[in-house]
Design a protein around this ligand. Sequence first.
Ligand SMILES: [Zn+2]
Length: 364
Amino acid sequence: MVVGCGALGNEALKNLALLGVGHLTLVDFDRVEADNLCKSVLFTAEDAAARRFKVDAAADTLLRLNPDVQVERHYTDAVYDLGLGVFARQDVVIGCVDSRWARYGINRNCMRTGVPWVDGGIGPLEGTARVFRPGENCYACNLGTEGLKELRLRLPCPGIVRRNLAAGKAATSVLSASVIAAVQVQEALKLLCPEAIAEGRVRPLCGSIFHYEGEQLSGRTASFRAWDEDCPCHERWAPDGTLEVDVERTSVEEALALAGRESGETDLTMLLRDDCFVDFVEDRRDGGRYEVMRPGRKVEAFLEAHPALQGAESARFYQNEWKEASKIFPYQKLSLSSLGIPQCDFLRFKGKEKDYCYELRKPL
Ligand SMILES: [Zn+2]
């Protein structure tokens, strides 16, 4: 699976298709723009003019490069909106994203599902590649104090409406993208051949960082390994079974009943994965109350869409949020997708004695 179909993702996907990696999953919610064309081998001017999804534009070219490749498309954000069931099906994930937050989210989902991932990052003339494998090396464990501080600004913060930081677009070029994507794909191939690693025929990058610097031309690897047993990102989610659930149609009430039948418990609490559900926000200045009824991550867009709420400082608002849903959750008829739960996710429930985890399977 390649997350992000920008400059780096284009190069990685092109390599994978030419090498004959037969099953590719593409994830990106963005559309092609004219700016992308000078560093994206898979996109055309027509794609930009039609503002096609990057995933579709990339997939079409990949199929021309290698008609035997099977492509699965996800027009979505891999951190929140891609079910853990999709992650669990991957042999390896290649991260081609440009923010710490996206890396943190990919890492967490990979650790939960036991999938190794290869990160790449690029600037105009330099770049890095790193490999993270559950049990050995973790992106979050490698973040320094500064990195964690910056991330905390993006983590759910109860009670106060949070404004997403505008993600600064890093300047990149096709040169650094092609170097780093080549290293990423090379490392991904090693992970696809564990016996070659075990026999010592190839050495994976896991535990080191590869750094490329183009201006003075140097390439080096340095030790880069951290695995802290207390890190909250390592928890492995192993499904106890499956539930036939279409998140667009199945309500909270129905999901609780299905999980109840499966577990044999009558009083389960559904836990929301990494976000909350917000039913209303309150304007602290005038006490005005606005019905939101969507996941916390979508509150900012909600505020921006309402003229009366525009230009407001976040401290002005109080948001009422739910992290779980049980029998007492007041909106039993809402669909799971309204709560921000994606298709094919792993859904967890708190029982009397123990917790349960179910993989959601969309009925045919
Ligand atoms: Zn960790």
